[in-house]
Write a protein that binds this ligand. Structure first.
Ligand SMILES: [Zn+2]
Length: 269
């Protein structure tokens, strides 16, 4: 794997070398082939997953916090494998990579420190390794965006719905974004660069006009994709660039839900 640059290129290279890898491949077997000699589950609370490695990366071993759900565990192992394989990733002098739950959800931002950038890169690697965009697109049954597809693909690829929802938004040809809601408030918003700026901020309540308020859903239930006023989620100038905005809701356990937003952008010129 030497000489392969970005996390994305590295994940793609692994799939090129092994084109028959099933979508729900064993991450343990893959790790073993890539010089990770051991994966252990230990009752720890100070980190979610850890990479122990020889300073010159000749070998590594991975520790995952006991009790991690199998799908999150798979992602955590992929993340640590990323730290191991990405050439430039080194822990601080005399330390090891001990990654927290926050690290496992870290996204790249312009102002992120070197340490945070490494965490975001390891996540990018894990996402692309477990959910290659090409394979997501090849497994779509409908060209229309649909959270039911996210649920099905999460099963097929053996990943969490939350992880699949983001990768789906990235891989899909349509312009999509994902809003994660808890107890009526926006917990996270995942907006690729092609999606217009989403007006409500993290921590704010869901907009009054959102269809989230129109449905009483049980966990696992999904609404239809419904058209809404673009200004429900977008500022006035962003809304003008959008021909149609639609939203769809998936209810999850413990008052969590996911809102998929689909923007049809006005053709310019
Ligand atoms: Zn990490």
């Amino acid at each position: 794997m030497d000489g392969v640059g970005s996390p994305t290129a590295l994940a793609a290279r692994i799939h090129e070398l092994d084109p028959d890898l099933p979508v729900d491949f064993s991450i343990e077997d893959l790790c073993r082939r890539l010089d990770i000699d051991k994966i252990e589950d230990k009752p720890v609370s100070s980190f979610a997953a850890m990479l122990l490695m020889h300073p010159d990366k000749a070998w590594g071993s991975i520790v995952v916090a006991q009790g991690t759900s199998p799908r999150r565990r798979r992602f955590s192992i992929g993340h640590e494998l990323g730290h191991f394989l990405i050439n430039s990733h080194r822990p601080r002098e005399g330390m090891q990579f001990a990654c927290s739950h926050a690290d496992l959800g870290m996204e790249n931002t312009r102002e992120a420190s070197r340490a945070k950038k490494m965490e975001a890169e390891a996540n990018r690697f894990a996402a692309q390794l477990l959910m290659p965009p090409k394979r997501i697109r090849a497994n779509l049954r409908s060209r229309q965006p649909d959270l039911a597809e996210v649920v099905r693909l999460a099963e097929e690829f053996d990943v969490s719905k939350a992880a699949m929802a983001r990768s789906y938004v990235d891989a899909h040809r349509e312009t999509l974004a994902l809003v994660v809601v808890r107890n009526g408030k926006i917990e996270q918003a995942y907006r690729p660069d092609d999606f217009p700026w989403i007006e409500p901020r993290i921590g704010e309540p869901i907009p009054d006009d959102s269809i989230v308020h129109d449905h009483r859903l049980l966990p696992g239930q999904i609404t239809a994709m419904e058209e809404c006023d673009p200004e429900t989620w977008l500022g006035a100038s962003a809304a003008r660039k959008v021909e149609l905005l639609s939203e769809q809701v998936l209810a999850q356990k413990n008052d969590w839900s996911m809102v998929l937003l689909h923007a049809e952008i006005v053709e310019s010129g």
